[in-house]
Design a protein around this ligand. Sequence first.
Ligand code: ME8
Length: 635
Amino acid sequence: MEHTFYITTPIYYVNASPHIGHAYTTIVADVLARYHRLRGFRTFFSTGTDEHGDKIVEAAQKAGVTPQAYADQISAQFRALWPELAVTNDVFVRTTDPNHVETVRRILQKVHEGGDIYFGQYEGFYCVGCERFYMEKELVGGRCPQHETVPEHRKESNYFFRMSRYQEWLIRHISEHPDFIRPERYRNEALAFLRDPLEDLCISRPKSRLTWGITLPFDENYVTYVWFDALINYVTAIGYPEGENFRTFWPVAEHLIAKDILKPHGIYWPTMLKAAGIEPYRNLNVHGYWNIDQSKMSKSLGNVIRPLDLKDKYGLDPFRYFLLRDMVFGLDSSFSEEAFIQRINSDLANDLGNLVSRTMAMAVKYAGDCVPEPVETAEEDGLLRETAALTVTEVETCFSELALHKALIAIWDFINVTNKYIVEREPWVLAKDPVNRDRLKTILYNLLEALRITAVLITPFMPGSAAKIFEQLGIADAAGQNLESLQPWGGLKAGNELKRGEPLFPRVETRAETAKPEGITVEAQPSIKPEISHEEFEKVDLRVAKVLAAERVPKSKKLLKLTVEIDGERQIVAGMGVDYSPEAIVGKTIVVVANLKPAKLMGIESRGMLLATDTSEGLTLLGFDRPPKTGAKIH
Ligand code: ME8
């Protein structure tokens, strides 16, 4: 039987330009699509833009153009971005496309005829940012939990989709298909929504208020609610209902979204499908959020990261690698440029880049310009071969679990085993004596085969770099580049012409390295530590403190004994003596970790720790823009 795979991304709103979050989802979809193609699956990959609704009308008004002109302009930005990021979508759906409009009307008609749409009154709180009504109890302090804005109160006559009718069915479906919504935390979240009675969904907007939408097929005076319209894109993309693609791909549909839109995808969409007589999608795959330097990305904070800026600055493959390596699928992650540079320098330039350059340099030098014939396999080559086989299996498992960062970790373990193989075999020593010729050929062959395996495995993640490695190895045919060719060991053809290339990943100079020539010693930025939960952070009690007295600890250059006021007076011994004299530190308002276990430094008890950071001129204490009260909690 032919294997098939259908992957979708959300269709993005055209109210703002693409950012790193959109790039992440779409690149994950691309990695999955490429991986399945590499395994020989017939694959279809769809993305697009969501163009109707209040939100777009508001954005267009602000820009002083019509909604259509606005949608055209931003949709074009998304469309043009994907090839720049090597994204290989098969289709790009716009909700203003005539075939989509037709599909939405067709499905509405069908659901209406099935008796699942009725006319009624609605009163509720509408968040334009989310394009949805909220129940009062869902609001946080009267505000939308996502956008933190006060929603509009609306009361109007509208059409409703009888979603409540499918509640029991949906609970059963989710329970019987444990993978329907994954990872598990989001399945649980969806089941939690379903614990309360499901309300019917308001699926229309009166034209007296909003005209920018798809007219209902059964009432000219209303347009379709933007989510009812948008979700249907997933079947428009594959030609519902007649298309051959629909029959082939719908049964294997995999949706990819972030946690922000779990409810429409996990609740509205399956019930809509059920009412329309379409079987449910196969899986809803939900990932976390990219935050920027620990805070939420938002236009108002001015910290929106544009994917093309990063690509232009650091290259496409490093960008794709970083996004996939630094986010655990399902959890939030924090983007920092320092962490990105660290990955480029260590994983890419050092581990993979060096492996390719060293191997190619040795192969060309000791074997001439062709892949040598392996002659004798020694037992000591076993580890490399076994690791290769295990890595291929591990990567397959990781893909089936969407643990893409783990797939990369597995590939990098193999890269490191290969690097170690070079160090231990010392080909440059063997090359000194012709007696070792056959052994040397085998070792070089093994290294080149390990490179080929690595190149195949990284193809979905870094297609450009994989292609460069194939070129260096003289592999032009697809047969040497697919996953099937990885087992058994030895798929690389002896005699292939080798071509040395440029280094794959130039190192990026860190601030410390750039600063050095001017005689300043700044440490390279340490990478961000592993994520902790909010609860874990809450355990640290940070307080505002005031330094009341300070003296040097006898016989120590660094230590100062401080008396600080927090919740009363307490003693702290701090290593600030090189950078601050006792006189300079007295009177300062500082930040202290107040619940650190007491410790003794040079025999003196210390109850707490001061917060400081490094600068080119030494340590500096953390301070405040406005004077806070002593003892105030820091959050
Ligand atoms: O919700 N981190 O469109 P949208 C990770 N039109 N991913 C992020 C992200 C972040 N900080 N920010 C956005 C819509 N995303 C609807 C979808 S589908 C039928 C209709 C990604 O432009 C992520 O995939 O607000 C998220 O689910 C999506 O963009 C939301 O895009």
